[in-house]
Design a binder for this molecule. Structure first.
Ligand SMILES: NC(=O)c1ccc[n+]([C@@H]2O[C@H](COP(=O)([O-])OP(=O)(O)OC[C@H]3O[C@@H](n4cnc5c(N)ncnc54)[C@H](OP(=O)(O)O)[C@@H]3O)[C@@H](O)[C@H]2O)c1
Length: 275
């Protein structure tokens, strides 16, 4: 077990899509053992599978917080204020840190609802955290250096991390958290193309997904710019450049850029528009 997590209990308040992906990452990385992980939601029947695996499942956020040193907030932006008000009376700033993955909620807004001196860190993982392949951006404030180190240590065990300025957390939501869906849709589109040129759907999907994984791994392993790798595939007058240019004529890069900007604009108002 990693030193930071040794004998520490952790709770994930909001066992939905990302909350459970985090839980799975914690268990898969062996950062935590099931009995040391609390996971909550109001409709606990939805967590039966986790209860049977030995996790502490409850609808009572205050019990989960009282028993944990690390508190992860994973509810939707409109559900956050009520949750903070509920747990605030039992938060102990001396031996607890709060990590929020809630899009758009600033550290200062959360601190206003928590006891003075509470360390709050923001994290923006993506659902690949479940298989320890998340890209997680982290941000803290001046008084949360130690908490940021703890968060970094946790999220490094379930993927890659990058510490960024807090004002970049909303753009990070669009690029990394929403980004998973953008790349998944690109893989789906490639597999649909594959079916049209002769492959069965499951073959086409596996071929497209492994090709996407290879492309991403080339960039991460070699540190090259994508165009360096594209140049290696595009023979003059060849089939790759014909296909690529056809995609660009149809707005491929532009569609991705516009989508990311639109998601960032939406992410920026999720918390402020909560009412
Ligand atoms: N999905 C992603 O890929 C992703 C990535 C990064 C960040 N985020 C952020 O993570 C947050 C959650 O997103 P999500 O997609 O996981 O949403 P979600 O699937 O709707 O999960 C939210 C969960 O919170 C529970 N919940 C609501 N109020 C609660 C309360 N008072 N106490 C305990 N649990 C409560 C809900 O269950 P009940 O209704 O049963 O209570 C639900 O299971 C959002 O702020 C989002 O911006 C999401």
């Amino acid at each position: 077990m990693n030193k930071v997590m040794k004998s520490k209990k952790i709770c994930v308040l909001g066992g939905g899509n990302i909350g459970l992906a985090i839980v799975n990452g914690l268990l898969n990385s062996k950062l935590s053992v099931p009995k040391d992980v609390y996971v909550t939601r109001r409709n606990v029947e939805g967590l039966a599978e986790y209860k049977s695996k030995g996790l502490q499942v409850t609808a009572q956020n205050t019990i989960a917080v009282k028993n944990s040193q690390i508190v992860i907030l994973a509810v939707q932006p409109r559900q956050l204020d009520e949750l903070l008000d509920e747990i605030s009376p039992v938060v102990n700033p001396k031996n607890q840190i709060i990590i929020s993955v809630v899009s758009g909620a600033t550290i200062s807004a959360m601190k206003k609802r928590l006891p003075e001196g509470t360390s709050v860190v923001r994290a923006m993982p993506n659902t690949a955290i479940a298989i320890r392949e998340s890209m997680t951006c982290l941000a803290g404030s001046g008084d949360s250096t130690d908490a940021l180190k703890v968060a970094e240590s946790i999220f490094n065990a379930v993927g890659q991390t990058l510490i960024i300025k807090e004002e970049l957390m909303v753009p990070a939501t669009a690029l990394c958290a929403c980004g998973i869906a953008f790349f998944l849709r690109a893989v789906r589109a490639a597999s649909q193309g594959g079916i049209e040129i002769g492959f069965h759907s499951e073959e086409a999907l596996m071929m497209a997904a492994q090709t996407a994984k290879g492309a991403a791994t080339l960039l991460l392993a070699l540190g090259n710019h994508p165009e360096n790798e594209v140049d290696k595939v595009t023979t003059p007058r060849g089939c790759t450049i014909s296909g690529l240019n056809q995609m660009e004529h149809s707005g491929f890069s532009s569609a991705m850029i516009k989508g990311i900007i639109t998601s960032a604009d939406k992410a920026a108002i999720l918390y402020s528009n909560k009412d």
